[in-house]
Structure formats: structure tokens, C-alpha cells
Design a protein around this ligand. Sequence first.
Ligand code: HEM
Length: 83
Amino acid sequence: MSREATSDVNIKGYLIPKGWRVLIWARAIHMNPEYYPNPEEFNPSRWNEYTTKAGTFLPFGAGSRLCPGADLTKLEMTIDAYE
Ligand code: HEM
């Protein structure tokens, strides 16, 4: 996901000048052990009773550009599981 700064932005001391593009690297967030312990482990049970922290789960993006196919995708996955 990439975004363009429409004005100078200061985030935690880092200046992102107007016109620069910023890449949101969702994989780095999803593989961060601070949010997902032992992220390399295949462990579907990690989602049991798991409450995501805002901004740490972005498979379909977020905000006004959230993937409009998200619900369709999840529905299709559910159907495949029971065929
Ligand atoms: C596993 C399946 C899918 C994944 C992981 C996925 C992921 C994403 C992500 C991360 C974005 C946000 C991009 C951004 O913010 O720059 C996005 C946008 C979008 N997705 Fe998906 N997507 C999936 C399936 C689909 C399907 C099935 C459709 C349509 C039937 C779809 C249509 C779109 C469209 C049109 C956008 C652009 C929305 C906008 O810019 O306003 N996606 N998708």
C-alpha cells in the first residue's frame, strides 16, 4: 500500500515532505513478534479469542481505501472450507 503526503507531515520526529510517497509494509507489521508471538509458526489457533490492536492487522488495508473485496474474499474462503 502506498500513499502520497499531500502536505509536510511530522511523525514521531520524522519529516515526510509534501509529495513524498510512503509505503506501508503490512508484512513487517504482521510478522512483528511484539504483536504476533512466534510469527513464523503456522498456528491458526493464535486467532482464538484474539483481539487485534488498531493498525496491526492490515490484510485488506484500512480506512477509506479498505479493500471492497474483503467480505467477498472471506465468504469464498468459508464456502471452500465446507465443500
Ligand atoms: C485475499 C484477497 C484480497 C486481498 C488480500 C486484498 C487486499 C487489498 C488491499 C490491502 C487493498 C488496499 C490497497 C491500498 O490501500 O492501497 C485492496 C484494495 C482493493 N481491492 Fe482487494 N484484496 C483481495 C481481494 C479482492 C477482491 C476479491 C476484490 C474485488 C472483487 C478486490 C478489489 C479491490 C479494489 C477495487 C481495491 C481498491 C480500493 C480503493 O482503492 O478504494 N480485492 N485490496
